[in-house]
Design a binder for this molecule. Structure first.
Ligand code: ZN
Length: 214
């Protein structure tokens, strides 16, 4: 009698016979020595845009926090609960990752909700509406741009919000400090779910282009 959904049990069985079996030594070393991930990834909860899959990473390589629409909130040391900020603090202060990547993706439901004037079933009191308020000012500017189709607006906001999150990363004093010492680099990327294309942000211009992988 299992207390987990059958699809998860099936997957776990495959994991133990496949990936765990072939990476057993790595798991044991990671357990013994602790983790030392090179990169923190801030990604969306979307089930189609898993960073470990996209970057073909094994255990111990990526420190990942996922939230709706891969947003980084501004530094706000107050009495609220800040899950993303807590993960960021741990990655930068304790794990001392070399880089942070904000990974956005196409067809993002959170971004779509921010762009849509019809927010049903969301209300201002719901969590998604409040969370997406972080990009509300730019969402409004983008949605009023009549030279773009709806799909272009969506992609534009997905990419603008990545730049916005990177700016918010720099509002955390320890991120700014480690970056200025050359110990930490900040990156943005956008993943097209349909084609698998990855677009990387140019840190100077904020423009996105496809890296040469051939
Ligand atoms: Zn998303």
């Amino acid at each position: 009698m299992t207390h987990l959904p059958e699809t998860l049990i099936d997957g776990y069985r495959n994991f133990m016979a496949g990936r765990y079996a072939s990476e057993r030594d790595r798991y044991r070393a990671l357990a013994r020595e602790g983790q030392e991930p090179h990169t923190m990834v801030i990604a969306c909860c979307d089930s189609r845009a898993a960073p470990e899959t996209i970057f073909d990473c094994g255990p111990g390589e990526l420190f990942v926090v996922r939230n709706v629409a891969n947003l980084v909130p501004p530094y706000a040391p107050d009495d609220n609960y800040h899950g993303t900020s807590a993960a960021l603090e741990f990655a930068v202060q304790s794990l001392k990752v070399d880089s942070i990547l904000v990974l956005g993706h196409g067809r993002c439901g959170g971004i779509n909700a921010a762009l849509s004037s019809d927010t049903a079933p969301l209300s201002p009191g719901d969590f998604i509406g409040r969370w997406m308020n972080m990009v509300a000012p730019v969402a409004e500017t983008v949605s009023q741009n009549e030279t773009m189709t709806e799909s272009e607006q969506q992609t534009a906001l997905e990419r603008i919000s990545i730049r916005h999150s990177i700016a918010n990363l720099r509002s955390f004093p320890y991120v700014k400090e480690r970056e200025s010492k050359g110990e930490l680099t900040l990156h943005g990327a956008w993943f097209d779910i349909s084609t698998g294309e990855l677009w990387a942000m140019n840190p100077e211009t904020g423009d996105f282009s496809r890296p040469d992988i051939d």
